[in-house]
Design a protein around this ligand. Structure first.
Ligand code: IVH
Length: 671
């Protein structure tokens, strides 16, 4: 193909891909299969590879994120990004409306038209399009000057890289992370041993302030447009929103045009109740005068416009007293501070505990026993302390700052802080709290899955000295179990059966169950696939370990040290004597050639398999499963509601399989 033909073909492909992106991401109504889409993207990638001079920053292939940037450049907003004044109840809303009418010299009885929208709890950004191309995207900053985050915004599929308007337009709106995507992101961060984000807004802000857009590209971000500047033909906010839709932006369909305040109040009531059902956080509604000419008449104060206001939902916050700070000890010995509160009602439930995260947070808040604190639920189950009301601090409290503990609250061993770490931890691996945590982890769902080994039972077993390590689980007797509180003969026998059953768990489950530091379930699967048995793994050299995907020097050294600790050796000896499976599963040789060494990633829910079952099927056939899409991924299998991995896979040109195609592959059929 010569250059001319390639150029024409590239343009056609980009047009097609943009059209299908819009159908898929904005309208959620895909017109072609993922496979077909994938073929288009691949063709485009191939042509761009062959003719690199044809690559443009607005090509759909560029969504995956380019090279990291060195730092942020500040940019001035041509039109300042204002914030909104808030009103909190119907009376204040009516005052706002009256102020508007006075400003417009209208009689109080006359109704004005308001465009009413939901107020997103996300991150406001401003996008500049010149000649139809996305050229600059910035944060709000101080309203006058923000940070250039174009590199990151480019990766968001709902921000079109080109629009069918050749003028100079500024489009503003909110970047958000859907709650479902946020939960998935946090789960994978935790699985990698990293700090989760406190709420979707923090996750969004954090993702937008990354220097490396390749990471942002993996974050499930969305953009909703609500403000259009630069189109002289548009006279009202409701037309502006419609125009934004025509230009290919996602605009929140939950909006209404209201003459007077009746419709405003209805909209407010409806969403203050139904907001819990949305997959994104809204913290109120915004009403804006519909006609732009009125905006000019009313103007703005230094901070906010007079023609718009935010009507906030009752904050999900409550004020109460901190009765005590307790310290809980996790299975790895890490000490977590927990606030014990005078019980208070918050968003419909009684709350008596709040998370304090870590000791940096305690120091930052300078929170002390006896303080009056504001707690908040920001969509999470466990509330957190967001503010300490220092003015209400009693005199005797003022003298007593909260010092981190020096000794373990459970076993009294002196605590240690590892270099560079925030967390304090108890170094005594025989600490009953750690032991209990380890046993619960060993018996838990993703591990040996011993049904009936719950919190209350494990506490009793540890307290009575019946368990010194996980290996002792396999020598528990019927009499011992029956002697415990709330354990009859039937439930004791059931537990023994479940314990017996667990001996046959595959090697990866056992590896996860052992709780080797830095080895989560994904690494456990990779390890089980690379070593014939637990003994082979225990004897492996660091360099042999590092051959496994996801294992670097830190993980390798964790694994090695784990098997050297005498207590761990003892526990493993007991497991061996009990007959717990130490062997990796045999790969059935007949189908080995098809799937062996192929890397799979799953996203979305499958109808015929749980994730674990699907992974097991792959691993049994010699394939591998990982949690993130990379250039080493061979197949991404998509179920219902696939996450951001799908988009990532498309960007990298990885083969995408439907559940049916996946099943066919498992059955050894050719695709
Ligand atoms: S309009 C001149 N509409 O609220 C008015 N803002 O405190 C500009 N926000 O920084 C804003 N949802 O981040 C508008 N539907 C919506 C909004 C919205 C959320 C945020 C925006 C702004 C803040 C104002």
């Amino acid at each position: 193909m010569d250059f001319k033909d390639a150029q024409a073909r590239v343009e056609e492909l980009r047009r097609l891909i943009r059209y299908h992106d819009y159908q898929y991401y904005v309208l959620a109504k895909p017109k072609i299969s993922d496979y077909e889409y994938d073929q288009l993207l691949r063709k485009l990638q191939a042509l761009e590879e062959q003719f690199p001079q044809l690559i443009t920053p607005d090509s759909p292939t560029q969504r995956v994120g380019g090279e990291p940037i060195e730092g942020f450049v500040q940019v001035r907003h041509e039109v300042p990004m204002l914030s909104l004044d808030n009103v909190y109840d119907s009376e204040e809303l009516h005052e706002f409306d009256a102020r508007v009418k006075r400003g417009l010299s209208l009689p109080l009885e006359e109704d004005v038209e308001y465009m009413v929208e939901q107020k997103f709890d996300g991150v406001a950004v401003s996008l500049k399009y010149i000649g139809g191309s996305f050229t600059l995207g910035a944060t709000r900053g101080n309203g006058e000057v923000g940070d250039d985050i174009t590199h990151n915004l480019r990766t968001i599929p709902t921000i079109p890289l080109t629009i069918p308007d050749k003028g100079e337009l500024t489009i503003r709106g909110e970047v958000l992370m859907p709650i479902s995507g946020f939960d998935e992101l946090n789960r994978s961060l935790v699985a990698e041993g990293r700090e989760p984000f406190a709420n979707p807004r923090n996750a969004t802000a954090g993702s937008l302030k990354l220097l490396d857009p390749r990471i942002t590209a993996k974050r499930p971000l969305e953009f909703f447009a609500y403000y259009l500047i630069g189109d002289e033909d548009i006279a009202t906010q409701h037309c502006a929103l419609e125009r934004l839709e025509e230009l290919g932006f996602k605009v929140n369909p939950r909006r209404t045009l209201s003459s007077g305040l009746v419709g405003v109040e209805e909209f407010y009531e409806r969403w203050s109740v139904q907001k819990e059902k949305l997959d994104y956080h809204v913290d109120g509604i915004v009403l804006k005068l519909d006609r732009f000419e009125l905006w000019n008449i009313l103007g703005k104060t230094s901070r906010s416009p007079r023609y718009a206001v935010a009507y906030k939902f009752a904050a999900e916050q409550a004020t109460t007293t901190l009765e005590e700070v307790l310290y809980s000890v996790g299975r790895t010995g890490v000490i977590t501070p927990i606030a014990i509160l005078t019980p208070v009602r918050l968003s419909g439930t009684m709350v008596s505990r709040a998370s304090l995260h870590n000791f940096n947070e305690v120091a930052r808040l300078d929170v002390r026993k006896g303080d009056t604190v504001v707690i908040q639920k920001a969509g999470e189950i466990i509330p957190e302390i967001v503010e300490v009301l220092y003015s209400k601090r009693p005199k005797e409290v003022a003298k007593k700052p909260t010092h981190p503990p020096t000794h373990c609250p459970i076993c009294a061993t002196e605590l240690v802080r590892e270099e560079g770490m925030v967390a304090l931890s108890c170094p005594n691996i025989a600490c009953p709290a750690q032991l209990k945590g380890r046993i619960l982890h060993f018996a838990g769902r993703g591990s040996m899955d011993i049904e009936g080994m719950g919190d209350a039972l494990v506490s009793q077993l540890v307290e009575r000295g019946l368990l010194a390590d996980a290996g002792d689980i396999y020598s528990l007797t019927l009499e011992q179990l029956i002697s415990l509180e709330r354990m009859g003969e039937k439930s004791s026998q059931n537990l023994l059966d479940a314990i017996e059953e667990s001996k046959r768990q595959p090697l990866d489950r056992l590896l996860n169950a052992l709780g080797i530091p830095n080895v989560g379930s994904t690494t456990a699967v990779d390890l089980a696939h690379n070593f014939a048995s637990l003994d082979a793994l225990a004897g492996a050299s660091p360099s042999r370990l590092e051959e496994v995907e996801g294992v670097g020097p830190i993980v390798a050294s964790s694994i090695q040290s784990f098997f050297q600790v005498e207590g761990n050796r003892q526990a493993i000896k007991k497991l061996r004597t009990a007959g717990v499976n130490f062997q990796a599963e045999q790969v059935p040789s007949a189908v080995e050639s098809e799937l062996s060494r192929k890397n799979f990633v799953f996203t979305g829910s499958l109808k015929d398999f749980t994730r674990e079952q699907a992974a097991e099927e792959v691993i049994r056939r010699g394939g591998r499963v990982s949690s993130a899409v990379s250039k080493n991924t061979d197949y991404v299998v998509i179920g219902k509601k696939p996450g951001s991995k799908l988009e990532k896979a498309r960007g990298l040109g990885v083969t995408i399989l439907s559940e049916e195609e996946f099943t066919a592959l498992l059955e050894g059929k050719n695709l």
